[in-house]
Design a protein around this ligand. Structure first.
Ligand code: GTP
Ligand code: MG
Length: 304
């Protein structure tokens, strides 16, 4: 054992001497350049690893209360509805491999799904999850759509004008749920109706904007307005006259007074194609497990 160690030591010292002789022959400049390349490549590889790791795998499910988010959450995770749900009072979140992919071979990246309740009191919770979202799924009840069209459009408008959503251009899917019922509206119809509703908001925004200027002239209220044709920025606190205005007009979204961006192109009917975010539509039935279009959207934005 001792002898083997001696032989090994001798070999190591011989190799060290050879390496030293070689390095002495190489000009110092070449040595520095080689060292710099090694350091640079190591740093680059580390950076790529970190970037790859920080790529979000979060998909946020949002939409009005009763649209079917929790049923969809369970379908994605367990492939079942857990025999019905009740109105959620807390966000539901978990990280898992989609149930539809559990039989697939190879390494599959788990997805972090967050189901944020639609109750207006719980909606502020959404702001905690949006900054890390790789995609947003806005669930719409395609069955009971018309009576809820305005409320859904306002909620969607609010989402699509949030700084955290617009700046990161988070893709958004309008998921028309409950298509198992024959009386459910089509995704094309739902998209058109929401666009029409939002076109109405655009006029109201202009109205609000004019009021802001008038009030700015009348009150020593500190307000920053940057108007570049599409975008209006102002202080987040809403002056009382705007609340009155909102009540009287009955349809101005909360987004008008709190969000940093507005939607649309002047003199053109509103269309989702004008949004900074990519907005697409899909059908689903959480109840019967028809969620393949949703799974496609998830996998498009959270690579397996
Ligand atoms: N027919 C039909 N009913 C559905 C479908 N998905 C959900 N529902 C029903 O719609 C109701 C509301 O579903 P939830 O998943 O609790 O709705 P939610 O969006 O989570 O509601 P909140 O938690 O209040 O935000 C339940 O009674 C479900 O059974 C569907 O695809 N088809
Ligand atoms: Mg729920």
């Amino acid at each position: 054992m001792q002898q083997e160690l001696e032989v090994w030591k001798e070999q190591a010292s011989h190799m060290w001497n050879v390496a030293n002789d070689y390095l002495r022959e190489v000009p110092p400049n070449q040595l520095y350049a080689a060292a710099a390349i090694v350091v640079f490549t190591t740093l680059l590889l580390l950076l790529l690893r970190v970037l790859k790791r920080t790529k979000s795998n979060t998909i946020v499910l949002t939409g009005l209360s009763g649209s079917g988010k929790t049923v969809i959450f369970y379908q994605l995770r367990d492939g079942s509805t857990h025999q019905g749900t009740v109105t959620s009072m807390e966000p539901n979140e978990d990280t898992f491999i989609l149930h539809g992919e559990t039989t697939k071979k190879g390494k599959i990246k788990p997805v972090h799904i967050v189901d944020v309740p639609g109750h207006s009191r719980l909606r502020p919770k959404l702001d905690e999850y949006l900054p890390q979202a790789a995609g947003i799924v806005f669930v719409v009840d395609a069955l009971d759509f018309l009576p809820n069209c305005r409320a859904a459009s306002e909620y969607l408008y609010d989402l699509l004008t949030k700084g955290s959503v617009v700046r990161k251009k988070i893709p958004l899917l309008i998921l028309c749920n409950k298509t198992d019922k024959v009386t459910a509206h089509t995704k094309e119809f739902i998209r058109r109706q929401i666009e029409k509703e939002m076109y109405g908001f655009k006029f109201l925004n202009l109205f609000t904007f004019t009021h802001l200027i008038i009030q700015q002239l009348l009150h020593p209220f500190i307000i920053i307005i940057a108007f570049d044709g599409l975008c209006v920025r102002h202080t987040p606190s809403s002056p009382p006259y705007l609340d009155k205005l909102r009540v009287s007009r009955n349809a101005v979204s909360d987004a008008d007074v709190t969000n940093e961006f507005t939607l649309g192109v002047p003199d053109e009917p509103f269309s989702f194609t004008q949004c900074a975010n990519k907005v697409t539509t899909a059908d689903a039935s959480g109840l019967t497990g028809e969620i393949s279009q949703l799974e496609e959207f998830i996998r498009e934005h959270v690579k397996p």
